[in-house]
Structure formats: structure tokens, C-alpha cells
Design a protein around this ligand. Structure first.
Ligand SMILES: Cc1cc2nc3c(=O)[nH]c(=O)nc-3n(C[C@H](O)[C@H](O)[C@H](O)COP(=O)(O)OP(=O)(O)OC[C@H]3O[C@@H](n4cnc5c(N)ncnc54)[C@H](O)[C@@H]3O)c2cc1C
Length: 474
């Protein structure tokens, strides 16, 4: 049900209070509902985004990111899914190299996460050669604000209060006894057994930093809130030409059961496999190969005529009969977690008096190296199989050359998972270190980022968190 007034919560026992109604928060509430357990979601925004939201979200950016993070986060029911693209893929085994949990511990939530996100296709990952895998992108059409509102309106177990912002908590020893929130200019104190912050990749850090500054005895003084913040940098890394027939023959020769449709509207997705990543000591990168009709008058063709004259001479007939495609390769990359990339509280305040963030974020040289090594592997394969030729962007070979990236939609780290309070904020069950009943959900708990879009993993982790708190209580 939806509360119009928080006084309606009087006399109700909530097992958990969830702060935030994005995919992280909603998945927890849906999972508790399945087990007939009551939860209350408080959401700072309304059913639609409004211009006031900017006053809560604007951040100062220091380093390589230009934006102020106000347009790539939504403060409304359903959170950022009202504008997201919907790409969903699970992280790979090697992406968990430094986590206190392994991939198989999330795999068991794949079916339920796919249900919540209404995924219609299965994930495919197949060997492309001995070092590379080819995978598909799976899409969700879910917009929580449209697809789950009616469900919550009639739900007996999920309660929702909109325009309600969490801003502080009360505690005894190391246990949270209640939280404070403000709704329509009135303050409320709310109680439950478990409190879960699911406020988004940056807000989780912002609120925890604020709570720590107000409640010094509650938090371990060493806890690295806001540190190891990450993006997925996206940039163009190469272009080239391929012979479509030879690419198709290559798929058949390798008995690929998944053969993507190669057209000007679709991509092929390649990534390094786990062994290649560890033997080369690199980060992973999703390589997006997109296809265009060939234009022999453009610069790419001239460039390749210089580096591969024999190859180009031999393909003129194929170009005329339309067997050739130009390809362009962009990459969405895993980013190394470094302590210097971080979220801190700035000097400006939001309308509730909570400091807005200052975010330090920069590109890291290991990203260039990783993209280059994976691209060279693709280039070698194209030459060996006579499928085509690649021109790798020059900046990947020059440590000092700057390059443009698009980034900032996937905000990860800041409240990372780990075993020690010295380098992590939550434990493997997403509980804030040393505090009995305060949990964090969302990509802020990612210890490393992998290269896949984050929301599928966020939902898997949220279902696991719901299962965990149920298990403590029973
Ligand atoms: C343009 C764009 C495209 C994207 N495309 C993809 C994609 O294709 N695939 C993918 O996986 N991801 C994508 N993302 C990222 C994706 O949207 C996020 O990973 C996801 O929404 C995070 O879920 P969340 O629940 O953690 O946070 P959010 O969705 O941000 O929800 C957090 C909620 O908490 C509320 N809140 C915050 N503070 C408080 C408070 N103090 N009190 C009460 N409520 C509070 C907010 O109002 C918000 O509703 C995209 C993002 C953008 C901007």
C-alpha cells in the first residue's frame, strides 16, 4: 500500500525499513513479500522527477569527469530505472577476484533477478578463440515507476511512503533503534528490526559519511566510507574492416551455436576470458564491435591501404559485392579500484542541510593497457583467419596522450564489501562493519566493477540480502 501520511505506520510492525525505491530497494521488498514479510520503503522523491531533485543530487566533480551527477541519477519512485538503458548481464567469475564472495554465490539468484527485471533472453557466453569469449547483451524493459506501482498499491506486505527523506538514526550501543526521516516538512521516527540503505551508488556513501560525522561513537573511525569509487569508462579504441563471409565461416568452423546476426544495426560483443585476464594481469573490457557499410573513399580505407596493401588489394571485388563491413570498436571497461577515486562531503548543502558531495574521479593507466592487449588479440585473430584488419587508436600506445571517455552513469564502490574495516565498509552480508542491523544495497558495495552494466548484479545482491536477514530472524 502507499501511505499518504506516515502516521498511518503507527501500530505496524515492519521487519525491515528500506530507504530508496530503485532496483536495489524494490528487489529486497519483493523478496520479503514472497515470504509474507512486512517492509516499509521510504522514498525521497515523488512519482515523477521534479526540479527540486537537482538540489539534492548536484555534485562537484574533480578530475576527469565533467558532469555534476544531477542528470544521471533520478530522485523519484523507481530511482534511476526511469531513464536507464536496460542492459543486464551478470559479472564474470574473474570479476570477483578480490571479493569475499564468489560468483557462484550470486548465480543462484539469477533466475529470480531475471524475473524481477523481466528478462526474456538467456545469457550466452561462448568461446570465440582460446583467449576471448563472445557474449550477448540481454535487455530489461522494466521501468519500476511504471511496472511495479500497481503491484505495490495493492500489496499487503510492501508499504511505500513517497516524499520521505531519511536523514539520521538513533542507536543504543552498536544497534540501530530507529531512524529519523522528514515527510512534508514533518519529522518522523520509524522503527523496525533491520534498516537498509538502498539510496544509489553515490547517495549511500553521502548518507553514511553524514551519519558518521553526526554519530562518531557508532562508526569505526577507520571505516573508508566513500573510497574506491569507480565508473565504467566507455571510449572508442579502434576501427577496421572485415569480410562477412569469412567471419561467418569462422563461426561455423568453431561450432558456435550462437551466431549473432551481423548487420549495420547490431553489435558483436567480445571480452577476454578468465585465464587471459590473469595471465596478462589486466582488467576486463567489453569490446563492442559495430558494423557499417564500407566506404572506400574514407580515411580508414586509405589508412589500411598503407598498413595492409596486399589485403586491401585483394578485397576490392568483395567490397563491390557488399561482402565487406567497416567495423568500429568501442569498449566499456572495468576500472581498477584506487583509494584516490573517492566521494567526500563538500561545503554546499542540500535543502535538508546535509552536505552535497565532492567526487574525485580519474582514468587510470591500467585501463589503456588492458584495452590494448585485448584489442591486439582481436587484431591477431582477424589477420590469422584472413577475416579483416584493425587499426588500433594511437593513444593506447602512448602513456601520456589524453583521451575522451563517456562515464558516470554506473556509479560503483564507496561502501565496498570486504573482510576488514581497514579497507571496506560492509561485510560479505552487506552489513556495515561493527553495526548490528544496518545494511547497504546497491553498486556502492561492489569491490571491483567488472565491465558489465551493474543493475543485474545489484538485484542479485539485494535478493541475497533479503534471504540473509530472513535467515537471521528465523
Ligand atoms: C542514462 C543511464 C543509463 C543507464 N543504463 C543502464 C543499463 O543499461 N544497465 C544497467 O545495469 N544500469 C544502467 N544504469 C545505471 C542504473 O540505473 C543503476 O545502476 C540503478 O538504477 C541503481 O539502482 P539503485 O536502486 O541502487 O539506485 P537508484 O536507482 O538511483 O535508486 C535510489 C533511490 O533512493 C532514493 N533516495 C536517495 N536518498 C534518499 C533518502 N535520503 N531518503 C529516501 N530515499 C532516498 C532516490 O530518490 C532513488 O529513488 C543507467 C543509468 C543512467 C543514468
Amino acid at each position: 500500500m502507499i501511505f499518504n501520511n506516515l502516521n498511518q505506520t503507527d501500530n505496524k510492525d515492519f521487519f525491515a525499513i528500506i530507504v530508496g525505491s530503485g532496483p536495489a530497494g524494490i528487489s529486497i521488498a519483493l523478496e520479503l513479500e514472497k515470504k509474507k514479510i512486512y517492509s516499509l520503503i521510504i522514498e525521497s522523491g515523488e512519482l515523477e522527477n521534479n526540479s527540486i531533485s537537482e538540489k539534492y543530487l548536484k555534485s562537484e566533480s574533480i578530475g576527469d569527469h565533467d558532469g555534476d551527477y544531477a542528470s544521471n541519477r533520478m530522485r523519484m519512485f523507481g530511482g534511476t530505472t526511469s531513464v536507464w538503458g536496460g542492459n543486464c548481464n551478470p559479472m564474470n567469475k574473474s570479476d570477483f577476484y578480490d571479493w569475499p564472495i564468489e560468483k557462484y554465490e550470486l548465480d543462484k539468484y539469477t533466475r529470480r533477478a531475471s524475473e524481477i527485471l523481466n528478462l526474456k533472453k538467456k545469457f550466452v557466453s561462448q568461446k570465440f578463440n582460446e583467449n576471448l569469449n563472445m557474449y550477448n547483451l540481454v535487455w530489461s524493459n522494466i521501468r519500476i515507476n511504471e511496472d511495479y506501482l500497481d503491484h505495490i498499491k495493492v500489496s499487503k506486505y510492501i508499504s511505500l511512503s513517497l516524499s520521505t527523506s531519511f536523514f539520521n538514526l538513533n542507536y543504543t550501543n552498536k544497534k540501530i533503534s530507529s531512524i529519523e526521516c522528514i515527510s512534508k516538512n514533518k519529522k518522523y521516527t520509524l522503527r523496525s528490526d533491520f534498516y537498509i540503505l538502498a539510496c544509489g551508488g553515490i547517495e549511500n556513501s553521502r548518507l553514511l559519511l553524514w551519519l558518521k560525522s553526526k554519530n562518531k561513537e557508532l562508526f569505526n573511525s577507520e571505516i573508508p566510507i566513500g573510497k574506491y569509487y569507480m565508473h565504467h569508462p566507455y571510449h572508442k579504441v579502434g576501427n577496421g574492416i572485415i569480410n562477412y563471409k569469412k567471419l561467418k565461416n569462422y563461426f561455423s568452423k568453431n561450432n558456435n551455436t550462437y551466431i549473432p546476426l551481423v548487420t549495420c544495426d547490431s553489435n558483436i560483443y567480445l571480452e577476454a576470458n578468465d585465464d587471459f585476464i590473469s595471465s596478462n594481469n589486466i582488467l576486463n573490457s567489453g569490446m563492442y564491435l559495430s558494423f557499417n557499410n564500407i566506404n572506400i573513399k574514407n580515411d580508414l580505407f586509405k589508412q589500411l591501404r598503407c598498413v595492409a596493401p596486399k589485403f586491401i588489394k585483394n578485397i576490392y571485388d568483395d567490397v563491390k559485392t557488399g561482402k565487406m563491413y567497416e567495423i568500429s570498436i568501442n569498449t566499456l571497461q572495468e576500472q581498477e579500484p584506487i583509494i584516490e577515486n573517492k566521494i567526500i562531503l563538500g561545503d554546499k548543502l542540500d535543502p535538508l542541510g546535509i552536505p552535497l558531495t565532492k567526487i574525485f574521479w580519474k582514468k587510470i593507466s591500467s585501463e589503456k593497457k588492458s584495452a590494448r592487449i585485448i584489442l591486439e588479440e582481436i587484431a591477431k585473430l582477424l589477420i590469422n583467419e584472413e577475416i579483416g584488419r584493425l587499426a588500433v587508436e594511437d593513444y593506447l600506445y602512448n602513456e601520456n596522450t589524453n583521451y575522451e571517455v563517456v562515464s558516470g552513469n554506473h556509479q560503483m564502490g564507496g561502501t565496498r564489501m570486504g573482510l576488514s574495516v581497514k579497507d571496506s565498509v560492509v561485510d560479505k552480508d552487506l552489513k556495515v562493519h561493527d553495526i548490528e542491523n544496518l545494511y547497504i544495497a546497491g553498486s556502492s558495495v561492489f569491490r571491483t566493477s567488472g565491465h558489465c552494466h551493474p543493475t543485474f548484479t545489484i538485484v542479485q545482491l539485494s535478493i541475497r540480502l533479503a534471504e540473509h536477514i530472513i535467515s537471521i530472524k528465523s
